[in-house]
Ligand binder design. Structure first.
Ligand code: PMP
Length: 449
């Protein structure tokens, strides 16, 4: 064990020495994940963790899903190559499958290697089609870390620079708990956001290329407005011919349970959709979906060297087929509400808000007794993160203030695993809130999912 520990410490030291200081790493004592299976991962010292974050939602179906492993191995045995210049069967089959489930009429698909690259391409499409570098984004948004996507990211804690290739305007609607429109009914909230959008458009002169929006904000702390909000904004935007980009990097593929795409809760159809993360089940895969007329408007002769490579396309296709064949959207709809209700029923004084849909759940931690919204408590979120780790559970953290726990297990989650994770999470929150929780179950057996 001593040798293991020193090897582990050595890896942390080497990480700090050779990788940028600004790359975030979880936990006071970071863990090295060596292996995964189903909803579990194992670290280098053999400790097992139930994975309720799936590498920021990249593990969409399961760790080591045999279908994906086989597809990748078979393809690797044939050729590992770049994506384009020659006909590429896995890329075409994946694009056909994505177009078929896209719910976008006359859809075409451009494959990339990440969400950042997908959003870059979407911004390029919209700004060149509309001949404008003006972009509308939601406050508290996150769209990537390239120069152009940082420029449209509203969550400034992720932006090292204010320099920007875009003129960006931020509008309300991405969150409710800390919104100036908090406390309003759904209808009033939507009306307030529409009025805000009209005001911003007046100030911009209306020469805007596109609105980009996450149906549920991921990095922002799994925040969202009411259903129908984006559709109401879209109605105004259509008056000006402004395009709408739905960033489905975290919300796509049925994760929200009730719909296959996050935008479908809003009563409109976006012009452009971007995706990444879960589609590859851990492989680097992302992309853009748009109507042919929008996609083909670019007068380019271009490639993405690696986007849609045979290896990652074969793996993503197997992953997507598994997800569809096993109706994992229904599984997300089955277990998500139980987790949400279990966390709400806890009544902890440090839990200010529990929100989300399906298997995408945010728990906002606040200082007890500080009202609504409570003061953000990043130190309590950090303490709960450590306490969940001690109980063999991995969850994520996020939000502008770093005070939101993010829960997004692989979508093959079982009822037993949901119970196991909820039990560990509740115990961790109770440990940190000092047992002040009112109405909390007294034994683990009472907590079922
Ligand atoms: N959009 C959203 C909504 C995201 O959550 C992320 C990643 N957190 C990105 C874009 C960027 O994706 P990537 O990290 O793959 O570049």
């Amino acid at each position: 064990h001593g040798e293991r520990t020193s090897q582990h410490d050595n890896l942390l030291g080497r990480t700090r020495a050779v990788l940028p200081s600004w790359l975030a790493i979880y936990y006071d004592e970071p863990i090295e994940i060596e292996r995964g299976e189903g909803r579990y991962v194992w670290t280098d010292d053999g400790t097992r963790y139930l994975d309720f974050f799936g590498g920021i939602l990249t593990t969409m179906t399961a760790h080591a899903l045999p279908e994906v492993t086989k597809a990748v191995a078979d393809q690797a045995g044939k050729i590992i190559h770049s994506s384009t210049l020659y006909l590429n069967r896995p890329m075409v089959e994946l694009a056909e499958q994505i177009a078929a489930v896209s719910a976008i009429p006359d859809a075409k698909v451009f494959l990339t290697t990440s969400g950042t690259e997908a959003n870059d391409a979407a911004l390029l499409l919209a700004s060149s089609l509309r001949r404008s570098n003006q972009i509308l984004a939601l406050r508290n948004s996150y769209h990537g870390r390239s120069f152009s996507t940082i420029a449209i990211t509203g969550n400034r804690s992720w932006s090292p620079t204010s320099l920007s290739p875009f003129q960006t305007y931020y509008v309300h609607g991405g969150q409710r708990y800390r919104s100036p429109f908090a406390g309003l009914s759904d209808g009033e909230f939507i009306a307030a956001c529409v009025a805000d959008l009209r005001d911003v458009l007046d100030q911009s002169g209306g020469d805007v290329a596109a609105l980009i929006a996450e149906p549920i904000q991921g990095v922002g702390g799994f925040t969202h407005g009411p259903d129908g909000l984006l559709g109401a904004l879209a109605e105004v935007l259509r008056e000006h011919g402004i395009l709408i980009i739905a960033d489905e990097v975290q919300t796509g593929w049925g994760r929200t349970g009730e719909h296959f795409w996050g935008w479908q809760a809003h009563g409109f159809t976006p012009d452009i959709v971007t995706f990444a993360k879960g589609v590859g089940n851990g492989l680097s895969m992302g992309g853009v979906i748009a109507r042919a007329e929008v996609m083909d408007s670019l007068g380019a002769n271009s490639i993405s060297t690696f986007g849609g490579s045979p290896l990652t396309s074969a793996g993503a296709l197997a992953n997507l087929r598994y997800l569809l064949d096993h109706d994992l959207q229904a599984n997300a709809a089955r277990h998500g509400p139980v987790l949400i209700e279990g966390l709400r029923a806890l009544g902890s004084p440090i839990v200010g808000d529990v929100r989300g849909k399906g298997l995408m759940i945010g728990v906002e931690l606040v200082r007890p007794g500080t009202g609504t919204p409570g003061d953000p408590a990043p130190e309590l979120a950090a303490a709960v993160l450590e306490a969940t780790k001690r109980r063999g559970l991995l969850v994520g953290k996020g939000g502008l203030h770093g005070n939101v726990l993010r829960i997004a297990p692989p979508m093959t989650l079982t009822a037993d695993e949901a119970t196991e994770g909820l039990t560990a999470l509740i115990a961790a929150i109770r440990e940190v809130d000092g047992g002040l929780a009112a109405g909390a179950p007294t034994t683990d057996e009472e907590i079922t999912a």
